[in-house]
Ligand binder design. Structure first.
Ligand SMILES: [Zn+2]
Length: 285
């Protein structure tokens, strides 16, 4: 199981069970601001699912028929592959194509499962809205009795996770909004440019990686503003996985690549040693 260290709630409600981590909340973007802060906060008490690698994922069509474009899929695959390169496992993420009802495993590797571990879906105002809690006892003991609803109206992405044995215990239409899905708000202004992030757009590449890390059983956020898993991101900001992000995944039970800082330090020392040895030989010659 992943760690369950939790941080204080800043913007959202805690629910028992729970709607899992991975809620990135967009603060209203001031019209004149070039880099408004976007706050991210998890649902405390999020249910953690340790994934066994490789993890299979799939693109889903939204409930109102919005497909992923090839460009969007390309950016998503690239981001997931980049995140995957942080793992010591050779290919930690594998896409299931051709529908999720019939897995298409490669000829060399193990057959793909029929059901992906997580899916990616666009969602609009039907999802990113104020949800009333249907269970009157749902918030009992959570200290959140005052707020008997889930207000997703200003979120731009949400990760909802659990497993069939311990599904999130929330008054939630699971059949329509299934467990283990990452939802992206169609009402947000997303940037898909692989080389440039418009200052008024949210970088899809960055947000996707952030949400996938949550999906991998990481509930917490990083304390370092430069980290992918920091709770905030700015419009126009692109982030890459850093040592702090790998530490979160390592704590969640995955074997990750070594910290680049120590690795680079070691290489630098070796290089210096070679240089010093070369100089010494030349001097003695
Ligand atoms: Zn988050």
């Amino acid at each position: 199981m992943g760690t369950s260290r939790l941080e204080p709630v800043i913007f959202e409600t805690c629910v028992r069970g729970c709607l899992a981590a991975g809620v990135l909340t967009a603060v209203m973007l001031p019209a004149a601001a070039s880099a408004a802060l976007v706050h991210a906060d998890p649902f405390p008490g999020g249910y953690s699912v340790q994934r066994s690698l490789p993890v299979h994922y799939a693109f889903m069509t939204s409930w109102d028929g919005i497909e992923w474009t090839e460009q969007q899929k390309s950016v998503a695959r690239s981001a997931i592959a980049h995140l995957g390169a942080q793992f010591l496992f050779s290919v930690p993420f594998v896409e299931i194509t051709g529908g999720t009802s019939a897995g298409t495993g490669s000829e060399d590797g193990p057959p793909a499962p029929k059901v992906p571990a997580f899916t990616l879906r666009w969602a609009g105002g039907d999802f990113f809205r104020d949800w009333p809690a249907t269970d009157p006892e749902f918030f009992e003991g959570t200290g959140e009795q005052e707020r008997k609803k889930f207000d997703f109206s200003d979120h731009f992405a949400l990760t909802y996770k659990g497993d069939s044995e311990s599904p999130p215990r929330v008054p939630w239409p699971h059949a329509h909004y299934p467990i283990n899905e990452i939802y992206f708000n169609t009402g947000e202004v997303w940037g898909f440019n692989p080389f440039f992030v418009d200052e008024f757009k949210l970088d899809f590449w960055t947000v996707l990686m952030h949400e996938v890390v949550h999906m991998m059983s990481v509930e917490q956020h990083s304390d370092n503003p430069d980290d992918l898993m920091y709770r905030e991101i700015e419009y126009g900001q692109r982030k890459w996985p850093r040592a702090g992000d790998r530490a979160l995944l390592r704590n969640a039970g995955y074997a990750m690549i070594p910290l680049p800082a120590s690795g680079m330090l070691l290489l630098s020392v070796l290089a210096l040693g070679v240089a010093a040895g070369t100089l010494r030989r030349r001097r003695n010659a």
